[in-house]
Design a protein. Structure first.
Lengths: 190, 676, 319
């Protein structure tokens, strides 16, 4: 609930789904986050402006911006914010909200994460070659030609495995993840 | 228990109480309590009419006890005590029940619960008031002299106001000269007056005033006593210069071969010698030897100052002097310290040569500073072609200081003006807000807007020398989000000035403890009331003025100094003060002399009487904290006005509906302490 | 230092056997030399990097918590991760479970479906560098140096996640890797971008953004005349090393800046062979750089004799 407000607004939902999110109320729009962000110049809106848009309830614009997807999780914003707002965490929540709503900037960005997760849910470990191949085929087929030389170099150095590794107790992990998903869906936890 | 005649008055306090608590119902209910002869409710008890109600009833109904259920005793206990006194009832036979802050304001959504709580509180007050005994305040004399601690602009003004009113003042300052930070500045905003020009006349006035005893290079070591009667021990540190013989000619420091960085007056931007006078207009004019950097004190050789002194004033053997003074009032004006910007690594202070703190820049622009007033880079020679000024360094930041330092926006504008005046440089000012709140401040901002400074709204993210784009080689790059445009920008500049925040002195907590006043977590001294009494403390006789109470500008510090002086003068002119008789008292007949209480007393108010083998509380020093009362294993110490009997009665009153027989007292045992 | 071995639960992370196998090998040898015992957690799973948390939080936390729960089954309370991202994830979720009872309850509910449970506060999560610097100590490391890295100019690159968001070390200007390298005999370059981001997974989201971030770091290290960059995170090493040719291609630059793991340099200084430490598996070869190691300590940087420039203004002292 927004400090002082009693609703289920975009702001409220964002804050509720983020550990430490209630600190967002203290934002003075100083711009330290936007000034520190390494990928800031490539974002549609700087983190600061995103939060101004959140305060203004501009849910669609925020969720369709590329900002959360360009967050590199460097946490410079978080450590420099004078109000200790957990900005990186808020960006993660915005990504999840965008996915949950089916309303996001670019399929490719979501697909990258989904490809990664797909292999974890299958094997319990990341499988770089698999992830890159799937993602590449879906979104950047031309790029794959460029990246293939790098791939071959890596393979030659033993740094890229042809086969995925698998944990022994996959059923255990699956059960845990499924239960977590069930709870998340049931309680509408983002 | 004798039959007391209790009058109860339940205040509406407009809507403040009546909006939540059903005051009529409380009043009606109270009327049925034992020994309550009258119970009224009224809109504003603190008004003259309200007070007259009480006085009339005391006289006409022969009330022996009065309860007012209203706001906090902090607000109006004195008001109603005076009303009782006027009607001939001892003011300590009055009890206040706080049904505003404790019932109405904290339970605004549950009126029934608030009303029930109010009833319980009043019931408690009615029971307690009947156990109270009449008390007489004792009168303390106010000694005439005043101690002012801190010789900055606030302290100087306090001293002058009191001295000009004809009363003696001791002005203690721990640096070798008075003047404080204001003596370091070049110009003051918004008038751009030369700081030294407006300060030094006051410094001379106070230094030469017949009523002022100025003790520089001195510090307070111990404070004992209470309002009107403080005994203060002061250490006058040895200058190693005999001030009776010294003429301030300057021969010594011109001969001194030892040079060190002057971290105090020059803010680390310049040098001084081991024997030095802090600045040309120092008051007093005498130099002092810094024994840590003096060649004689460190290695035993040199003594050039002594050789060349024409009056033989150098005295290496001089020792610290201890003096004890007796004063009636104390004013603390210990000022501020600048935030250390090295704590913010991304701004580069201390690593990147051309990043300067605000005080460093003040010294730079000062005509008698290390660069003779020229604005130059750290090499001491090159004039910058572009200067960045960064607001809010170490202020408004939970990582360092959450408070706003009040003066930096104005000082930044001042710097922007000075750079423009002295150089052809482009000036970029980076701010979050522009806080120009006092008289003529906004107009000053407008003036600056018209002088060509580039104002960029954004809190600077970092200052770096890692060039990336064309035009950045060899520069300091200020990276910021220009929030009004919504884009990240990199501005290459030659010089960066950090508007470092104001913090309390680093030993503020020790000072507060020394004087027995409150101090916030950050270190600012705590005022009696933030709105209505910013210069008094919760300790009678000790006042505060200036930046030690909170970051503020010079006009406000001066005004606070005058306010503190006025308060002191009021006390001095009254000559005496009534001290609340809420004290601990030891029943000497039953004291076993175990002395456990002696060392527990935070105010050293308990003495041990050898001949009788008992302890005794000095009512003058006792502040009624109750520690000894609680600690005494034989329960022979009574807290006056807060006896066990009265507290137990209050508890029983509050729990009136928890007793199976409906609330009559069972507490009939003999009082633990003989009351007479 | 006592000869007793320091024992830790070990979370290698997915890249340890593949893209960062050199890190893995060098860690083994360094541990041998320092008396550190790492017990790999039974059947650990991927920490989810920054991907799972972007999609669904509770499963992401549970994925991580399974590892915490398995770690708790070893007989130590110290859990060490050599990868900065793994370290952050484990440390963060451990903290969340301790701080937020509601989250703790839900995560444990999910774990229970797999027959597992984790009591927050059980494991103390550490980064490998922190373990070496705090538990082993600089002196103990220096004592084991038999082949000092004299003359090697090293740029210590911390990246983001070891010092942010929460760390005992300064988030902007840490110095512990610098000091460690100094104790190995290397000449350490204090370069300004040592905690700037390598781009992380941005290589897949936006090449231009990612490669520019890498270019800056490579350029800055180059500007400061580093022989090589030393790092402590497989992602950073991968980006700066394996993508370096792409960076050169995009910007027309000609960087040849090798990127090694700090444990590889430690191993070299302790006398292990390049083979043992996986040196040679880097895409940008380090062999030329390593040949600059000399027998003699480097001459301290000789500047013109320090006569106080009478014009220069004094600098504030170092903190």
């Amino acid at each position: 609930m927004r400090n002082g407000s009693k609703g289920n607004t975009f702001y409220d939902r964002l804050v509720a789904a983020t550990p430490g999110g209630e600190l967002l109320a203290s934002c003075i729009q100083c711009g330290t986050c936007g000034g520190s962000c390494p990928s800031g110049p490539d974002m549609d809106s700087t983190p600061r402006r995103i939060f101004a848009m959140v305060m203004a309830g501009m849910e669609d614009e925020v969720l369709s911006s590329n900002t959360p997807w360009y967050c590199v999780s460097c946490y410079l914003c978080t450590v420099r914010c004078p109000k200790e707002i957990p900005i990186t965490n808020l960006m993660y929540t915005l990504k999840r909200m965008a996915i949950a709503k089916g309303h996001y900037h670019k399929d490719a960005h979501v697909d990258w994460s989904n490809s990664f997760i797909g292999f974890i849910e299958q094997n319990g470990r990341a499988f770089e070659l698999g992830i890159m191949t799937r993602f590449g085929l879906l979104h950047k087929p031309l790029n794959m030609v460029k990246q293939s030389s790098m791939g071959l170099q890596m393979m030659a150095k033993g740094r890229l495995s042809m086969k995925p590794e698998r944990i022994r107790n996959m059923p255990q992990l699956t059960a845990i993840l499924n239960e977590a998903k069930r709870i998340a869906a049931q309680e509408e936890v983002l | 228990m004798t039959e007391e005649r209790v009058g109860v008055y339940v205040c509406h306090c407009g809507h403040n109480i009546a909006g939540t608590v059903d005051v009529e119902s409380v009043s009606r209910w109270t009327a049925d309590l034992p020994n309550v002869v009258v119970s009224r409710d009224y809109k504003f008890m603190c008004s003259s009419l309200g007070q007259e109600l009480v006085e009339k009833d005391i006289k006409e109904l022969g009330l022996t006890r009065v309860v007012v259920a209203a706001c906090s005793p902090h607000m109006h206990e004195p008001t109603f005590r005076k009303a009782c006194a006027r009607a001939g009832l001892n003011p300590y036979l009055f009890e206040m029940a706080n049904i505003r802050e404790h019932a109405s304001w904290v339970h605004p959504y549950d009126k029934d619960a608030a009303t029930d709580k109010a009833k319980a509180e009043v019931a408690g007050a009615v029971r307690r008031v009947q156990e109270l005994k009449p008390l007489e305040p004792f009168i303390a004399q106010i000694a005439e002299p005043t101690l002012v601690v801190g010789g900055g602009i606030a302290g100087i003004n306090v001293a002058l106001e009191i001295a000009n009113a004809g009363h003696p003042v001791y002005l203690v300052e721990r640096e070798p000269s008075i003047g404080g930070h204001m003596a370091q500045f070049d110009k003051t905003f918004p008038t751009l007056d030369c700081s030294a020009c407006i300060l030094t006349p006051k410094m001379f006035e106070v230094g030469n005033h017949p009523n002022v005893t100025m003790l520089t290079y001195s510090e307070v070591e111990e404070v004992k006593g209470y309002v009107g009667n403080f005994d203060v021990r002061i250490r006058k540190r040895a200058r190693k210069v005999n001030t009776d013989l010294c003429t301030g000619c300057g021969e010594c420091w011109s001969r001194c071969p030892a040079k060190v960085v002057d971290t105090v007056y020059e803010a680390g931007l310049g040098y001084r010698t081991a024997i030095y006078r802090p600045f040309p207009q120092a008051v007093p004019k005498y130099p002092v030897i810094d024994t840590e950097s003096c060649i004689y004190f460190q290695k035993g050789t040199c003594k050039a100052c002594q050789k060349f002194c024409p009056t033989g004033a150098i005295d290496f053997e001089q020792e610290d002097e201890i003096l004890t003074i007796h004063v009636g009032n104390i004013v603390l004006a210990t000022g501020f310290e600048l935030f250390d910007a090295r704590r913010i690594p991304q701004y580069g202070y201390g690593r990147l040569a051309n990043v300067f703190s605000s005080l460093e820049f003040e010294r730079m622009t000062n005509a008698s500073g290390p660069t003779n007033g020229k604005v130059v880079l750290r090499d001491g020679v090159t004039e910058p072609k572009s200067v960045a000024i960064i607001h809010c360094v170490g202020s408004r930041d939970k990582n360092y200081n959450p408070h706003c330092s009040a003066i930096c926006c104005m000082a930044a504008l001042k710097f922007a003006h000075l750079v423009k005046e002295k150089t052809d440089a482009e000036v970029y000012d980076f701010y979050i807000d522009m806080r120009t709140i006092s008289k003529d401040y906004e107009e000053f901002y407008d003036r600056l807007l018209n002088e060509g400074t580039h104002f960029i709204r954004g809190r600077v993210a970092e200052v770096t020398d890692a060039a990336r784009l064309p035009g950045e080689e060899g520069k300091l790059i200020v990276q910021v989000e220009d929030t009004l445009i919504g884009k990240q920008r990199r501005i290459p500049v030659d010089m960066v000035i950090l508007m470092s925040g104001l913090e309390p002195q680093r030993d503020a907590k020790e000072i507060a403890h020394l004087f027995g006043i409150g101090c916030s977590e950050a270190g600012f001294f705590i005022e009696r009331h933030p709105k209505l009494d910013p210069i008094a403390t919760m300790t009678d006789g000790i006042f505060i003025a200036g930046a030690c109470q909170g970051a503020k500008d010079i006009p406000t510090s001066v005004a606070q100094g005058a306010a503190a002086a006025a308060r002191v003068l009021a006390l001095i002119s009254q000559g005496e003060i009534e001290i609340e008789p809420i004290r601990a008292q030891i029943d000497e007949e039953r004291c076993s002399g175990c002395r456990i209480c002696n060392n527990l007393c935070p105010y050293s108010a308990i003495e041990y009487i050898e001949e009788k083998g008992v302890s005794r509380v000095n009512p003058a020093l006792c502040k009624g904290c109750g520690t000894c009362v609680a600690a005494c294993p034989s329960q022979v110490i009574e807290g006056q006005h807060f006896t066990f009997g009265s507290l137990m009665a209050q508890i029983e009153g509050v729990l009136w509906d928890r007793r199976p027989d409906g609330g009559t007292t069972v507490y009939t045992q003999a009082e633990p302490v003989a009351a007479e | 230092m006592s000869e007793e071995k320091l024992h830790y639960a070990y979370y290698p992370g997915c890249s340890m056997s593949t893209s960062a196998h050199a890190y893995g090998s060098s860690i083994k040898h360094v541990n041998q030399a320092l008396g550190l015992e790492f017990e790999e957690i039974e059947d650990w799973n991927c920490c989810g990097a920054s991907e799972y948390i972007s999609v669904n939080a509770l499963p992401a936390y549970s994925l991580i918590a399974r590892n915490l729960s398995l770690a708790a089954q070893t007989n130590t309370h110290e859990l060490v991760a050599p990868c900065s991202m793994c370290y952050l994830n484990l440390h963060k979720v451990e903290g969340y479970m301790r701080k937020y009872p509601d989250l703790n309850e839900k995560v444990n509910q999910a774990l229970a479906a797999g027959g597992l449970h984790y009591k927050p506060g059980t494991m103390h999560v550490r980064h490998l560098l922190d373990v070496i610097v705090e538990d082993v100590g600089y002196d103990a490391v220096a004592q084991r140096v038999t082949k000092p890295l004299y003359g090697l100019r090293v740029a210590p690159y911390y990246g983001c996640l070891i010092t942010r968001p929460e760390s005992e070390y300064n988030p902007e200007y840490p110095t512990h890797l610098d000091e460690l390298m100094r104790r190995l005999g290397a000449t350490v370059i204090d370069f300004p971008l040592k905690t700037h981001c390598c781009g992380g997974h941005m290589t897949q989201i936006s090449e231009e953004t990612a490669y520019e971030l890498m270019r800056r770091i490579l350029h800055n290290a180059d500007e400061y005349k580093a022989d090589l960059i030393v790092t402590l995170c497989p992602m950073c090493q991968l980006n700066l090393d394996a993508f370096q040719p792409q960076v050169n291609q995009m910007f027309g630059t000609n960087f040849h800046m090798p990127v090694l793991f700090f444990t590889q340099l430690m191993g070299l200084a302790f006398g292990f062979s390049q083979n043992q430490l996986g040196i040679g598996s880097e895409i940008v070869s380090a062999s030329a750089a390593l040949r600059r190691i000399s027998e003699q300590p480097a001459e301290p940087e000789q500047r013109a004799p320090k006569k106080r420039d009478k014009n220069a203004l004094p600098m504030p002292p170092a903190l």
